[in-house]
Design a protein around this ligand. Structure first.
Ligand code: PGA
Length: 254
């Protein structure tokens, strides 16, 4: 019922030339895979070149961040207005933004509102840190983030949530499929409380954190997990293709 989604978060990797080469190396085979929404999120500077490349393909584009204002004296920032028309998705609230760039839930909430207003689909990232996980605070932390990040947002159409335990990002230590499924199930219940059962059933919730071709099947075979936000593995064409292919196969066989 929910279309699976695999998004590649390239982070601060690839020059424009490398970004174009990476997309070119995957494009044909990605285009042949049906039943999965495929999104790549290169750095801002490569968005225009990649957009041109994928304009007639099934590959969609996402940005990794944006400012909440449409324009203004914000040196170095990129606005929703600049992104709309160029890409369909925008990653917001990634734990690296929260940690290294001081993004608060208040800021993230403004960005989510601005993205929806601009017609962009936010991929809102939430997740607990290692010490919070060890203290048994996972649900508390995630609930707090979701409630704050979606504050005042009455219509969640287009929204995607990514559950990314911070301790699993870039560490090679992924959550187990079962763990991730349980937490994502709780996120879905929370969305039902905030909005409605209908909205919760339609909203896609991804898992992220050390996803690779070796473990994607474990996640994607879980009923609550609708796809993945992939970091490191999305920079390697064969890895990313395999993740998308396995997702199509497993979700398609249901
Ligand atoms: P990773 O990153 O797959 O390299 O762990 C995931 C992310 O940060 O979105």
């Amino acid at each position: 019922m929910r279309l699976p989604l695999i998004a590649g978060n390239w982070k601060m990797h690839t020059t424009v030339t490398e970004a174009v080469a990476l997309v070119k190396s995957m494009q044909e085979r990605l285009d042949e895979i049906n039943g999965v929404e495929k999104v790549v999120c290169p750095p801002f500077i490569s968005l225009t070149a990649v957009a041109e490349l994928v304009k007639d393909s099934s590959i969609e584009l996402g940005a990794q961040n944006m400012h909440s204002e449409d324009k203004g004296a914000y040196t170095g920032e990129v606005s929703p207005l600049m992104l709309s028309g160029l890409c369909q998705f925008v990653i917001l609230g990634h734990s690296e933004r929260r940690e290294h760039f001081g993004e608060s839930d208040v800021m993230i909430n403004k960005k989510v509102q601005a993205a929806l207003k601009a017609g962009l689909k936010p991929i809102l990232c939430v997740g607990e840190r290692l010490e919070e996980n060890e203290a048994g605070m996972t649900i508390e932390v995630i609930s707090r983030q979701i409630q704050a990040d979606l504050q005042g947002i009455t219509s969640a159409g287009g929204l995607v949530i990514a559950y990314e335990p911070v301790w699993a990002i870039g560490t090679g230590r992924a959550a187990s499929g079962e763990q991730a499924n349980d937490t994502i199930g709780i996120i879905r219940k929370l969305i039902a409380e905030i909005y409605s059962d209908e909205v919760a059933q339609e909203l896609r919730i991804l898992y992220g954190g050390s996803v690779s071709s070796a473990n994607i099947a474990e996640f994607i075979s879980q009923p609550e997990i609708d796809g993945a936000l992939v970091g490191g593995a999305s920079l390697r064409a064969e890895e990313f293709l395999s993740i998308v292919e396995q997702t199509a196969r497993i979700k398609g066989s249901r």
